[in-house]
Design a protein around this ligand. Structure first.
Ligand code: SF4
Ligand code: SF4
Length: 476
């Protein structure tokens, strides 16, 4: 990253902290603020949402900033340009994996259904020189199945392991970063160890698919199209880097719409750095003239080409799948429909399994940092009644990710766009991961045994001290 850019970021951070009033003076900490941080309390008047902070990037370490700056359209264009040069030793095979949360964005923008949007996006990416385009629903299926198994194990050891329950879901990197940086051992042992769909997709492409194609993993340049900036942070984590081959499971994350950070860093206040949708605009490509090209399958032609979704209110699906699985596995009960009870607002809901008036299971979906603060407060008091909590840092869930749903004025999600995306997404047919033949094949042929599944499909979380210190002005 150039010195100019770093200086600009620093300056931006100063401006921002003045506005959010979170910066400690150079001489020392504001004692009240320090107390608040320790107690996990939030001062409503000066509250700054984590999503806003990560979007301006002022709180990243230099090392993280450098790695993240390499996840950009410029980098993608550099790799594509190298492929056109005579030196074949520098050529890469480009593979792009598109998150299911991003496809509704393209469907709404193109004015077509979600299947057609996937094909048009695939046509666009292939016209640039991308060789393979996948959707990550298959990887999400692995993540759900592994989360289900882990929940049952945790439930069975709950009486002799104080960290077994509640179990928190692990798919949101914003939530993981917050837990590791701020909450530490209060929360990290409770986070499900199943890798997120993005990182399982990374493993599938660099480990399984590369072998099928007889390619060394570093010969593949793997891009993920995602709804948020936070996924870039996840891709650069050490555990997803193969130092021997000098390659990452995910080399580059690009947001579906705009990278919010670029808005904040722009000198003129205009959007300078465009990501996928804006790349199309830049190249003056309209949806109507794009070729429709079917998506590729990790399993090759043996794979199923039909797009499907998982059960649940949004594209995440962890809560509903684990709930139904646990009801059957632990209590022998078939749950067909799940009724959500709104506890505080649309982003804090509960589901309960009862038998003869006794509560057998109680799960919650908690989205957005305001609601997460409530959860953390209850954790500190030992008053979390739930066995599982699906936690997402964006209010409204992943469709509202700031890499695609942010309104023109910046800051808040565009509600009309999010509603259209929700309707589009819900039109997809539901397919349970348990009956997905591709997953069964991959468990048998790729993972083979539980120790390999545990290595490739699970991860671990750092505690404070293992990561760089929290910036002094950051109030979570
Ligand atoms: S607290 Fe967040 S928003 Fe404020 S300056 Fe730091 S990084 Fe930027
Ligand atoms: S909730 Fe937001 S930050 Fe978390 S994974 Fe989804 S879009 Fe990204």
């Amino acid at each position: 990253m150039s010195e100019v850019t770093i200086a600009k970021r620093k300056e931006k951070c100063e401006n921002c902290t003045k506005q959010c009033n979170k910066k400690r003076s150079d001489e020392g900490a504001d004692p009240q603020q320090e107390r608040d941080g320790v107690n996990g309390q939030m001062n409503e008047g000066s509250q700054l949402l984590l999503s806003a902070c990560l979007s301006c990037d002022g709180c990243l370490s230099e090392d993280e900033s450098l790695k993240i700056s390499q996840q950009s359209l410029e980098e993608l264009e550099r790799v594509l340009a190298l492929n056109k040069k005579c030196d074949t030793s520098k050529h890469k095979v480009l593979a792009v994996s598109v998150c299911p949360q991003s496809l509704p964005f393209f469907a709404v923008k193109f004015g077509v259904d979600i299947g057609e949007a996937a094909h048009k996006l695939c046509g666009f990416l292939k016209s640039l020189g991308v060789k393979y385009v996948f959707d990550t629903t298959l990887a999400a299926g692995f993540s759900i199945l592994e989360s289900q198994k882990e929940f049952i194990q945790r439930y069975r050891r709950r009486h002799h392991d104080p960290h077994a329950l509640p179990m928190f879901t692990s798919s949101c990197p914003g939530w993981i970063r917050y837990s590791e940086s701020v909450l530490g051992s209060l929360v990290t042992p409770h986070i499900c160890t199943a890798r997120s769909p993005q990182q399982i997709m990374g493993c599938l492409v660099k480990d399984y698919f590369s072998k099928q194609q007889k390619l060394s993993p570093e010969k593949i340049y793997h891009v993920v199209v995602a709804p948020c900036f936070d996924k870039k942070l996840e891709a650069v984590r050490e555990e997803f880097y193969n130092s021997l081959l000098e390659t990452r499971d995910v080399d580059c994350v690009l947001t579906s719409g705009i990278c919010a950070s670029s808005v904040l860093w722009s000198e003129s206040g205009n959007r300078e750095t465009w990501e996928i949708y804006y790349l199309m605009e830049q190249k003056k490509v309209s949806a109507a003239e794009l070729d429709s090209v079917p998506l590729d399958q990790v399993l090759g032609e043996a794979g199923d080409t039909a797009l499907s979704r998982h059960e649940g209110q949004g594209p995440e699906g962890f809560l509903e799948h684990v709930f139904k699985h646990a009801a059957k596995e632990i209590f022998g009960l078939d749950v067909r429909e799940i009724t959500y009870k709104t506890v505080r607002n649309r982003d804090f809901q509960e589901v309960t399994l009862e038998r003869d008036g006794e509560i057998l299971l109680q799960f919650a979906a908690i989205y957005g940092f305001r609601n997460i603060q409530t959860l953390v407060h209850r954790m500190r008091k030992g008053r979390v009644p739930y066995q599982l909590v699906e936690v997402l840092s964006c209010p409204g869930g992943c469709l509202s990710g700031r890499g695609q749903a942010e309104g023109e004025a910046g800051g808040r999600a565009d509600k009309a766009l999010v509603q259209q995306m929700e309707e589009t997404y819900s039109s997809l047919p539901v397919r349970l991961p348990e009956v997905n033949a591709a997953l069964r094949t991959l468990y048998r042929d790729w993972l083979q045994d539980s120790s390999r599944a545990s290595t490739l499909l699970h991860t671990q979380y750092r505690t404070q001290g293992q990561i760089h210190p929290q910036p002094p002005h950051m109030q979570w």
